[in-house]
Design a protein around this ligand. Structure first.
Ligand code: UDP
Length: 335
């Protein structure tokens, strides 16, 4: 274990962070999970040491980086619910923005200058019907997206002033679960489309709503680019390898270039499970753009990234396998 280079993974007990810890371990690194367990899961920490800590505690960050001789930081610890960010923006700016500033301060103190940010397609705001390029204007329309966009701006200055190498990986819609079935998408409350629809099928949430069918999209429901979490994790390892070679980083979309509507996702779930998700129609959710689909070309060219697991059947099949394992069935018809 000691001959493996250590990578600090903030939020390593969460959905995407835990998948990255697994990918790091498999690539020969020692993933040090740094998490305050506010939303993370203790039993997702399987691939390296655990440090109970908060990103806002710069001194603890510095001490942890020194203790484990950390070569780079992958930063997942953040709040990430669009609707909640609209209702309570302070929570997002304090944790996501101010927390990241403290984390970066702790890194500078320890002399660690390689950073990978879990960013988001939400930095683009209402991008329209075209595939989104990294060079497109960033005009986030909710505090969650704004908080990530602000961190990207900070990192741009930190690259120039302090010599950070920093990748900002703008995920589109993270989805699916590891093939092992031992880690997956689990939040309380759950608000994301695929897990919430599956929990509705299992009887674990009382209702499922489609938020808006009056968007300017082919079937009126919002369109997103769903990317498998295993592919996201692989992209982080690719970015890390470039940082280790001295790359300065930059901002890259992680998506597939293909969009699916809410109705198409529900149809794919019905196809996989053999059951229709019971649904009601609701108005649009605050802060939701109509369509977000990535142009994945730059990540392919620079990171050599290919989304190998992100076809819709694989996403739905792995997510459903995890849900069936994680949640005991509540309804007789759910088996
Ligand atoms: N959505 C929905 N019902 C739900 C959850 C989500 O109709 O219970 C829609 C949501 O309005 C958005 C899309 O599904 O258009 C994806 O939402 P999600 O919260 O999964 O991810 P986001 O795009 O907000 O990051």
């Amino acid at each position: 274990m000691n001959d493996r280079p250590s990578v600090l993974v903030t939020g390593g007990a969460g959905y995407i962070g835990s998948h990255c810890c697994k990918a790091l371990f498999e690539a020969g690194y020692n993933p040090v999970c740094y998490d305050n367990l506010s939303t993370g899961h203790r039993d997702y920490i399987k691939w390296g040491p655990f440090v109970a800590g908060d990103i806002r505690d710069a001194a603890k960050v510095t001490a942890t980086l020194r203790t484990h001789d950390v070569v780079a930081v992958m930063h997942f610890a953040a709040f990430s619910l669009v609707g909640e960010s609209v209702a309570d923006p302070q929570k997002y700016y304090l944790n996501n923005l101010a927390g990241t500033l403290a984390l970066l301060q702790g890194m500078r103190e320890a002399g660690c200058f390689r950073f990978i940010l879990s960013s988001t397609g939400a930095v683009y705001g209402n991008a329209g019907r075209e595939l989104i390029n990294e060079t497109d204007r960033c005009e986030p329309i909710n505090p969650y997206g704004t908080s990530k966009w602000m961190i990207e701006r900070v990192l741009s200055d930190y690259r120039d002033a302090y010599g950070f190498g920093a990748f900002c990986l703008r995920y589109f819609n993270a989805s699916g679960a590891d093939v092992s079935g031992v880690i997956g998408e689990q939040r309380d409350p759950e608000t994301h489309l695929i897990p919430r629809a599956m929990m509705a099928l299992q009887g674990h949430v009382p209702d499922f709503s489609i938020f808006g069918d009056d968007y300017d999209t082919p079937d009126g429901t919002a369109v997103r680019d769903y990317i498998h979490v295993t592919d996201l994790a692989a992209a982080h390892v690719l970015a890390l390898k470039l940082l280790m070679q001295g790359h300065r980083g930059g901002s890259f979309n992680l998506g597939t270039g293909h969009g699916f509507s809410v109705r198409q996702i529900l149809a794919a779930i019905a196809q996989e499970t053999g059951r229709e998700v019971p649904q009601v129609m609701k108005p649009r959710r605050a802060g939701d753009p109509a369509m977000l689909v990535a142009n994945p070309g730059a990540a392919r060219d620079v990171l050599s990234f290919e989304a190998a697991h992100s076809d819709l059947p694989t996403i739905i099949r792995t997510a459903w396998a995890w849900h069936r394992r994680a949640h005991p069935l509540k309804t007789a018809a759910s088996s």
